[in-house]
Every structure is written in C-alpha cells, then in structure tokens.
Design a protein around this ligand. Structure first.
Ligand SMILES: NC(=O)c1ccc[n+]([C@@H]2O[C@H](COP(=O)([O-])OP(=O)(O)OC[C@H]3O[C@@H](n4cnc5c(N)ncnc54)[C@H](O)[C@@H]3O)[C@@H](O)[C@H]2O)c1
Length: 319
C-alpha cells in the first residue's frame, strides 16, 4: 500500500483530462480527490478509471509500483471543494476551456487554499497572466499543460505567471517527474506555449502543400507518420540537426543556406476553409468515417500504438 506521506492531490473537473491526471497521481502513490460539480460525472469517472486500470494491469501497462486495486483505493470522488482542498499539496484544475469559468474557480480556490498548495491549470491555450490575474496566491499558481492522452504521452508544459515563485515551478517539476511524466519549463508565457506552436507550424505548411497541389492529403500524413515522426518520437528537431551532420555547427555550415532558401518559399497563414478543407475532409473521411464507431475504433488503435511506443521508450532510455 502507498505511504500516506505521499500526500493528497485534488483534481477539479473529472472529465477526460481529470481522469487521466487522477490515474497518473495514483500511480505515483498519491491520494487523489476527484472533485466535480456533477455527481454523475464523478460516478462515471470512477467507473471508467476502474475499467482502465484493470485493463492496463492485464496488459502489463499499468504505471507505478502498486497494483490496480491499491491505486484505485487511493482515488475518491468529492462534491465539496472546501473539504477536497484541505491539506492538499497540489490542485490540478481540469474544467472546460473557458476563461471566465476557470477564473471563477481560481477566485473561489484563492479564498480557501493555504500558502503551501500549488494551484495548477491544465489549460491548452489560456495564458497564466489571464487565468491568475489578481489572485492573492498568484505565487503558487502555474499552468501544467498535458498532452492527450496523458497516460501514454508524458510531456507536460509548465508555464508560470510572471509572479509565480520559482519554487512553485520546481516543486511541480519534481512532482511531474515523480509520477513518470516528462515536464518542460516554458520560461516565459507565450500564446500556444511550445507544443502547439510547433504543431501549428507543421499543420500550416501541411495545409499549404495540399492547397498548392504539391502532395495529396493522405501522402502528406505519410510523410509524418512514416518519415519525420519516426525519429521525432525519440529525438527532437535540434538533436536531429546535430546528428545529421558532424554536429550542429557542421549542420548549419552545410545546410543553413538551403534551409533559408526553402523557408523563403513558405506561403501566408492558410484560411483553413473553402475547396482545400473539402479536399482534406474528403480524404480523412475516406480513411476514418465521421461516425462515433469509426472514430472510437481509430482512437483505440491510436492509443494502443502510443501505449506500445511508451513501452519501447521505457526500454530505450535516452540517457
Ligand atoms: N481534451 C484534450 O485533449 C486536452 C488536452 C490537454 C489539455 N486539455 C485541457 O484540459 C481541460 C479539461 O478538458 P477535458 O477535455 O477534460 O474537458 P471535459 O469536458 O471532458 O471535462 C470537464 C469537466 O469539468 C467539470 N466541470 C465543469 N464546471 C465545473 C466546475 N465549476 N467545478 C468543477 N468541475 C466542473 C465537468 O462536469 C466535466 O466533468 C481544458 O482546459 C482543456 O483545454 C484538454
């Protein structure tokens, strides 16, 4: 059984992301209180987590050193926020992506938390300066942005408010490492953080290449899944440069002129509408029809791929 000293983590919002966080914190031996305004959401979440953990244990993919039963016993539902946050060391907010709603919840939490707990938001794209403006406990606040599905994709972007205490980021970094996630420090807040800026750069050029008739939508996706993506699961673009020549200086020496020449041909921001969206949509629907069964089946396949990739990455430690 986990040591009670591991501490209490509160999840605010028991939807898709809240459930994943609950499982991750339980895998690290933390007691988890799963809070929601909807009783049915909490009931569904606990049932869904039980099924997931049983499946993960059977398939040998359960994280942490505790068995599924012990991990499950660490998670409880809660409908009273005051009770939930008492004595907590970390609060992870996971309510829908709506600035006013999140601000309302942080203002409420600001009234009832102590000076020790870390208050963290899962927001995908709201900025800390908007979320935490005017809070008395702003030094204890930051964004910890996970990637879906967080159980298999370990990256977490830690984004501070300008007034966040460095100790808050350090503590959250250590906590994320403890539950097996891979935290990165975004040093200053920036729209889109880092992951989405990279993702949008790729989507943008993908769109232009299809729009200009250079490549078909399905071949474009293959370039990533059977090309770039193969190594990006293990090394980033900067290390790729370093390894693709005799080090970074040699790469820049050899390839910077070519890169700049190609980059100058990049077009403007796409509109993501009109004939191109129809063309891309048609190709995607041919591959995965837009009905709940096909979408769910494809997502299950994607998650199984990510689960196996996560296993492979554990067998191939980077250092
Ligand atoms: N879904 C993703 O792929 C993804 C990835 C990374 C980050 N995020 C971020 O995580 C957050 C949650 O997203 P999600 O997909 O889990 O949403 P979701 O809609 O699945 O779940 C939201 C939950 O919050 C609950 N809720 C609503 N109002 C509440 C309140 N006042 N107090 C407590 N609970 C309340 C709802 O009942 C629901 O259970 C969002 O900010 C989102 O941007 C989502």
């Amino acid at each position: 059984m986990a040591s009670p000293a591991a501490g209490v983590v509160v999840i605010v919002g028991s939807g898709l992301i809240g459930r994943s966080w609950a499982m991750l914190f339980a895998s690290g031996g933390f007691r988890v209180k799963l809070y929601d305004i909807e009783q049915q959401q909490v009931t569904n979440a606990l049932e869904n987590i039980r099924k997931e953990m049983t499946f993960l244990e059977q398939s040998g993919s359960l994280k942490g050193s505790l068995g599924a039963q012990d991990q499950l016993s660490l998670i409880s539902g809660c409908l009273n926020i005051q009770e939930a946050v008492e004595g907590a060391l970390h609060i992870q907010e996971c309510v829908p992506e709506n600035l006013e709603l999140k601000k309302k919840i942080f203002a409420q939490l600001d009234q009832i938390i102590d000076d020790q707990v870390v208050l963290s938001s899962s927001t995908s794209c709201l900025l800390p300066s908007q979320l935490f403006a005017g809070l008395a406990h702003v030094q204890q606040c930051l964004v910890a942005h996970p990637v879906n599905p967080p159980y298999y994709v370990p990256l977490v972007e830690l984004v501070p408010h300008p007034e966040t205490a460095p100790a808050t980021v350090d503590r959250t970094h250590a906590l994320m490492r403890k539950i097996g996630q891979s935290p990165v420090r975004v040093l200053k807040e920036m729209d889109g953080f880092v992951l989405n800026r990279l993702q949008y750069a790729v989507i943008s050029e993908a769109w232009r290449l299809v729009e200009e008739g250079i490549v078909s939508p399905s071949d474009l996706d293959l370039v990533m899944s059977d090309g770039l993506g193969m190594r990006y699961a293990f090394i980033g673009p900067l290390e790729t440069m370093h390894l693709n020549a005799e080090g970074m200086l040699s790469y820049c020496d050899r390839y910077s002129e070519g890169m700049k020449r190609v980059l100058k041909t990049f077009g403007p921001i796409p509109e993501f509408s009109g004939a191109t969206v129809e063309k891309v949509n048609q190709a995607m629907c041919l591959k995965v029809p837009v009905d709940p069964e096909h979408l769910a089946a494809r997502r299950r396949w994607r998650d199984e791929c990510l689960q196996r990739l996560a296993k492979l990455k554990r067998q191939m430690p980077s250092q």
